[in-house]
Design a protein around this ligand. Structure first.
Ligand code: CA
Length: 241
């Protein structure tokens, strides 16, 4: 009986370790969710906030500092699965995306070299991926490419999900809807991924949530109900299927 109990406990713990879920209702554990600034920080701040929340009464608020790259700031974790990485996050942006290029999630990606990131954010007013090493963007920013992505709503919580795999697969959902232009998957055509290419094999070693701008604009963002795991968690109260 003891052996069985130990085995079950072991299986349970292993399962738990493969998934992180955090709604910040017990506060902000800065050891588990440290600030990340990549070397420069001109006044950007991260704070536990009670002015708005997707769940409960707490979320994380990211306030940019100076307009420009070093006004960036992020918080996040390196405790990510070693193979397929699925992330769900609820986010609320005080302002809509603009023409300017920004990121709200960055991931150190050893496939691009040291201190280079796979970035998720926006450009031309819609959601985009960006590869720091060569500045490739997904989808391409033709008017047809932009039409295959989606904007973010201003001032409301939205469920953003993505999947990045070392086999090159990328999948992205907003409020459970597939974003075709942000999908790279075997058997699924994406005619606006030629700049992104077919040889990229991301190897992400962390996930950080925040704000970084390459065109000088600023936006305050809130994050809540983060799930990071090796399979899709889905939006709260909804099946991931
Ligand atoms: Ca919460």
């Amino acid at each position: 009986m003891f052996l069985l109990t130990t085995l079950l406990a072991s299986v349970f713990l292993t399962g738990c370790l493969s998934q992180i879920t955090e709604g910040f209702e017990n506060g902000w554990d800065q050891t588990e969710w440290p600030i990340y600034t990549g070397g420069c920080n001109q006044g950007g701040t991260v704070a536990l906030d009670t002015s708005t929340a997707n769940s409960g009464s707490h979320s994380m608020k990211v306030t940019p500092g100076a307009a420009g790259y070093c006004g960036h700031v992020f918080f996040g974790t390196t405790k990510v699965p070693s193979s397929d990485v699925y992330v769900r996050v609820y986010l609320k942006a005080s302002k809509a995306l603009t023409q300017n290029h920004i990121s709200f999630i960055i991931m150190p990606d050893s496939s691009q070299g040291s201190n280079k990131h796979l970035r998720i954010g926006g450009q031309d007013s819609v959601l985009t991926y960006n590869r720091e090493s060569d500045d490739a963007v997904l989808p391409d920013l033709s008017s047809q490419g932009v039409a295959t992505s989606l904007p973010l709503s201003a001032g409301s919580w939205q469920c953003f999900e993505y999947h990045v795999s070392p086999d090159g697969t990328i999948e992205t959902w907003l409020d459970s809807n597939v974003i075709p232009g942000l999908t790279i998957r075997a058997g699924v055509a994406n005619s606006h991924a030629s700049i992104w290419g077919k040889s990229y094999r991301p190897k992400v070693t962390g996930v950080y949530f925040g704000w970084e701008a390459y065109g000088g604009n600023t936006n305050t963002l809130w994050f809540d109900d983060i799930a990071i795991s090796s399979s899709r968690a889905g939006c709260l109260g909804k099946s991931a299927a």
